[in-house]
Design a protein around this ligand. Sequence first.
Ligand SMILES: [Zn+2]
Length: 322
Amino acid sequence: MKGKPPPMKDESQLKGEGDRFLMDCIQRGDPAAFQQLVERFTGRLAAYATRRAAGTGIDPEDAVQETFLGLLQSMEKDRHRLGEVRSLEAYLFQILRNKIIDLSAKRPEAHGLRRIPIASEDSDGKVKGHEPIASVGSPSSYLQRDEEAQVRIRILADILDEVVSLLKEEKNFRDLKILELLFLSGLKNRDIAALVGTSEPTVTRAKQDALERLARAAARHPLCGRNSALHDDEVHTSDLIRRVWRQNLISCVKRSTLGAYALGTLERGWKDYIAFHLEHVSCETCAANLEDLQTEGKVNRRRAKERVFASSIGFLRLLGGR
Ligand SMILES: [Zn+2]
């Protein structure tokens, strides 16, 4: 098994070199690499599952176990799709979200009133939660999407990532907050201005700036060609932006930054932005990461990790034996 060239191609979009190496090893059936993956992600996934599944009767550990199995299954069956994965963390959270929805649909409560762990609106019409609002992409729906749509989604993820990364680099947290609310919450400009503590014309200008930056980034994109990634139909584009943004955790904060936030050692701009991202964008992924960091050492996830490993070992052997 060892010594084979990594099966994942160079065009893989995985951002971190470490992630790619880990995936290559797992794809060769390396149990130590899989263990490393489980060690690294179980805590944050379990924290997320516990938050999202509260009150549904779903066992968060079941959902986490199924998430890792889902990853191994997609390595076996759907390698093309896996080549489209940009961030291992985003991909795992995406599988977990779908698993929680699947598990809640299987429960008897699903036939009557049930609590679905996705976004909802409160009495003011403000969107709560950081989840896809309409249909949630199941793994099979990705297979059905045609190639053109896949390319468009990839371009959109790349250019959103570029524009948001630049705003973070510039520490332009005001515009970043405005964009998050514009694209993720669906709030009106007036309400966004109030939440961010700025004026309505500033919100309009920030949106215009962002759309121009996105268009420029799209024009530079090697896959873009003559077709702009941004459709004229703004509503449709916004829906797509929202979905791509959420699935790729575009504006989410690095775990190391969340660690500094937990320790209270972050500079004011970042601290203020993270509080906003948690409170007003209601990002469950960052909230889960933060909770996991804060409880590290206090919460023992050994049982969860052992369960994941025991249930996955057969699949790992299958991968390695190919
Ligand atoms: Zn986040």
